[in-house]
Design a protein around this ligand. Structure first.
Ligand SMILES: Nc1ncnc2c1ncn2[C@@H]1O[C@H](COP(=O)(O)OP(=O)(O)O)[C@@H](O)[C@H]1O
Ligand SMILES: [Mg+2]
Length: 385
């Protein structure tokens, strides 16, 4: 049975006035912890042994006699043999006893099975528990269906390899690095056959993934990832905020484009095929005449998500877009939670968020402000699912 508000009400009722802010230790955990610490919360990172030194050692919070932060931002790290162990009943109980509000990130939804998050994790999530599933491209109903329903432009789907008649991208997982991408581009059915055969033979992709892959038209244009925030605590007209815009650095794609063509041609065929593993982020702004459309699409997404899975979006979300030569956006991916690129403005704030809030507003800080407001107004139940 999916976890419902009535299951969380007694949990919230027992929470302290200053709940802890917790998140899974990867992805955007530093941004969340930094923002929460800045707003006066204690912070918890749920880590996996062997990959928790950043939080446990390098960003560990040092507090003075009155609890004031002197260094770092992570008060406690609870580490497990595997991330998924954090959902064990005893660990959940420990989180509830602490008064932990969990901020969902991609590490949570990648390392824990979705049914566990939806049906077993009885810890309040600041965000949209039910919307995490829309990111799974193999689901019958996924973010593409939601975007289409919202009237948001998406890349045209190519129904089968034989229908490929222009530059297209084939989206499937990497064969060995299961959480990474085995994406490739093709411009014709013949190229699809040739390239997919090569990638299968090289062990980069798997036949079963290829059979279920999404093929869509390649949208030519720069990539902009819009990091929004939606607050259900304010009048609807004030609910949607744009905080900042990031772009991804992907390996080996970004390595390849830094090489002159002559050097690319010297590489063997396999090395010339780019991989799309995100390894870092940069910050961007958009031309102001495009902002109108950025807000329009954000509003549509908020409305469609609310109809899809009430209460819909709560807090941060990210629309990943390409902008074409007419300045129009096509959304090729969605995060119905904090995006992976928000560390670009850790502590400094996002340009658009700062312009709105008149002070440095990172995504992590914005989340913490929302929690603080909900606590102060006794409305925590409106921002958790
Ligand atoms: N339709 C498309 N047209 C052009 N580039 C695309 C398209 N879809 C994805 N990409 C590129 O591939 C990258 C990863 O795609 P995305 O759909 O975000 O995958 P993931 O779900 O793994 O994040 C994007 O950052 C973008 O550079
Ligand atoms: Mg993406």
């Amino acid at each position: 049975m999916p976890i419902e508000p009535k299951d969380l009400a007694p949990v919230l009722a027992a929470y302290p006035d200053r709940p802890w802010v917790g998140t899974v230790g990867s992805h955007s955990a530093l941004d969340v912890a930094d923002g929460a610490a800045q707003e006066g919360f204690s912070t918890l990172v749920l880590g996996q042994r062997g990959r928790d030194a950043v939080y446990r050692q390098y960003y560990r919070a040092h507090r003075g006699p009155n609890g004031e932060l002197q260094r770092g931002c992570v008060d406690e790290v609870w580490s497990y043999p595997r991330f998924s162990d954090l959902a064990a009943p005893a660990e959940q109980e420990r989180m509830r006893a602490h008064g932990v509000l969990l901020v969902p990130n991609r590490a949570l939804s990648s390392y824990l099975p979705l049914p566990t998050i939806e049906e077993e994790l009885r810890v309040p999530i600041v965000g949209s528990r039910r919307l995490l599933r829309i990111e799974e491209r193999t689901e019958r109903e996924n973010y593409y269906t939601l975007l289409a329903r919202a009237g948001i432009p998406i890349p045209a789907a190519v129904p089968s390899p034989d229908a490929i008649d222009g530059l297209s991208i084939v989206k499937l997982p990497h064969a060995q690095k299961r959480l990474e991408r085995g994406f490739f581009t093709v411009a014709s059915a013949a190229e699809y056959r040739e390239k997919s055969a090569r990638l299968l033979a090289d062990g980069v992709i798997r036949p079963d993934d290829l059979a279920g892959a999404r093929i869509e038209r390649y949208v030519l244009g720069p990539v902009f990832n819009f990091n929004y925030f939606f607050s259900p605590l304010v009048p609807r007209a004030d609910g949607l905020e744009l905080l900042g815009v990031d772009e991804r650095r992907e390996s080996s794609l970004d390595g390849l484009v830094r090489l002159p063509a002559a050097q690319q041609l010297e590489m063997d065929a396999a090395a010339r095929l780019p991989e799309y593993t995100v390894v870092g982020h940069g910050t961007l702004t958009v031309r102001e005449s495009i902002l109108e459309e950025v807000f329009r699409l954000g509003e549509r997404f908020v409305e469609a998500a609310r109809a899809w899975a009430p209460p819909g979006i709560v807090g941060p979300f990210c629309l990943q877009t390409c902008i074409d030569r007419d300045g129009h956006l096509t959304v090729f991916d969605v995060a119905a939670r904090i995006g992976g690129g928000t560390n670009i403005h850790l502590a400094l704030g996002h340009p658009y968020g700062n312009a709105l809030w008149r002070s440095p507003m990172s995504t992590g800080r914005r989340l913490a402000l929302e929690i603080r407001r909900a606590v102060d107004e006794d409305r925590l139940s409106e921002i958790v699912t």
